[in-house]
Design a protein around this ligand. Structure first.
Ligand code: SF4
Ligand code: SF4
Length: 114
């Protein structure tokens, strides 16, 4: 079973948000901690992505395609899944050119039953 990923504080840039006029001025990382709109996406997913680090070429496509900003890259450029935000849609696995992400049928990844 996957372990929940700790989100580095550095990728959660909580700061006042002003809608930028130009596309290039939009932020490239999540701007809110999970819980801004909903507590979590994970409660209703039926699959969870598992990253096969040995097959990954650190191309960043999964990061770019994830619709929920549920992926960040570690210092080696290997994607890490953010447990709270992943809804299990599988887009990252489809877009990966190296089949380095596989969807497992694990419904949960360490969350409590609260
Ligand atoms: S399964 Fe969907 S939500 Fe989860 S990391 Fe992949 S693309 Fe993002
Ligand atoms: S799309 Fe696949 S190869 Fe590219 S960074 Fe993501 S897991 Fe690695």
């Amino acid at each position: 079973m996957n372990s929940p990923v700790k989100i580095p504080e550095t990728i959660c840039l909580i700061q006042p948000f002003t809608r930028p006029d130009r596309l290039q001025d939009w932020p490239q990382t999540p701007q809110m901690h999970s819980g801004h709109l909903a507590d979590s996406n994970r409660g209703w997913r039926t699959q969870y992505p598992e990253v096969l680090a040995d097959a990954c070429i650190a191309c960043n496509l999964c990061f770019l395609f994830c619709p929920d900003a549920a992926i960040y890259n570690n210092e080696q450029g290997i994607p890490q899944i953010i447990d709270d935000w992943c809804k299990g849609c599988g887009i990252c696995a489809v877009e990966c050119p190296k089949n380095a992400i596989v969807m497992t049928h694990a419904v949960t990844t360490g969350e409590s039953d609260e």
